[in-house]
Design a protein around this ligand. Sequence first.
Ligand code: HEM
Length: 430
Amino acid sequence: MIWVPLRIQTYFKKQGISGPKNKIIVGNSAEIRRLFAAAAESKSTCINHDILHRVAPLYYEWSRNYGKTFLYWFGSKPRLAMSDPDMIKEILMNTIKSSVWRRGLLRLMGWVPEIVGSIAKMLEKWEGIRGGRDEFEMDVHKELHDLSADIISRTAFGSSYEEGKRIFTLQEQQMHLVSQALRSVYIPGFRFVPTEKNTERRGLENETREAIRMLIKNNIRARENSRNLLMSSFKNQEGKEDTLGVEEIIDECKTFYFAGKETTANLLTWSSLILLALHQEWQNKAREEVFSVCGGNDLPVAENLNDLKIVNLILNETLRLYPPAAGNQLYFSLTAVHHDTDIWREDGSEFNPSRFNESRNHLASFFPFGIGPRICVGQNLAIVEAKIVLAMIIKHYSFIVSPTYVHAPMLFISLQPQYGAQILFRRISN
Ligand code: HEM
């Protein structure tokens, strides 16, 4: 408890890496909690994309005192924060082992009609809300979460949001508990102590597993998909062919449900709506492109997607400024690298999608989906989904942020708008 942390600190010190003072058992947990609480309370009077102090407050604070690479302690666990692309690449490419998710989502283009159908259903609902008015206001954050949940349920499990709803609700409740746990002191083995929160966590975990088990059992298509995605053989860590057991399949389905819904919904919220509502010139450019590529077709088809180049630039710029996924061990580094003005020049905190027209110098200067063996398997699905959503919304509505919108990005497992995403829509076509 004393010697191991001391040895680790001395080891890093010799390499010129220091950090905030470690306290026995609790590490820097108290400061981490304080920094996050202060960030959540901070309000800015103007909207800008300089968000590091809000979404990665500990990186923001400590990197100023200890440099871009520093050591801090999450309870008794050491963590190395860094924003040097070479180091990050080295770690993500060479030291992290791959999980079984390496088959990828082969049927992606075949899923386009399902994705389009799901969005059309959401837009029908929006028309109901508009109720013939020229303009209407809506908090799109929840809408886009439901949409993303529906799409992941249909594409990966062959079921609908209604069927998967219980699983999403359970996962949201788990998210709250996990988020609380992440901000409290880490004590090895404490999660096995039967406290109220731990019992609740275990109950939710068991119920989620049971719900997925039933979904796989009852829904024939879900069963086929899970066989395709998960039950086929894969190469294990020793390079030998292997298959998954039922409990492992349930584990992987859980990841899939969670990873697929949260991140994509947040990408959609930031890119499709908040950022384009704030940057009308890019909204207009994207609309012109969508009309010219998709023509009179009301609904985009798979063949249109590659030609949506401006939409692609906008999505990349959103993923750079507002990287949605926080599950990554290197999250703080990810946000820091994406906002680093040494890498992205002095306008690094501005929304400028055309920067992605230039080639990048370094693989690890932009990695919203991770790098190396654990790179996100859902990235193509996420991009295809986001392109179609953007294209379909932009064809029907122009939009600005509502005067009630408060720009407050907050890290809550993934990157969310703390007070919602209130957007004013105006219908532009019938
Ligand atoms: C904008 C959307 C998304 C972002 C930004 C994102 C980001 C990421 C990142 C950074 C990782 C790597 C985590 C690590 O290093 O451990 C990851 C892993 C993963 N993602 Fe995504 N993701 C997105 C959408 C999706 C979707 C739609 C799916 C499923 C259909 C998905 C499924 C997964 C899975 C299963 C893993 C774990 C892979 C493994 O452990 O080998 N993700 N994602």
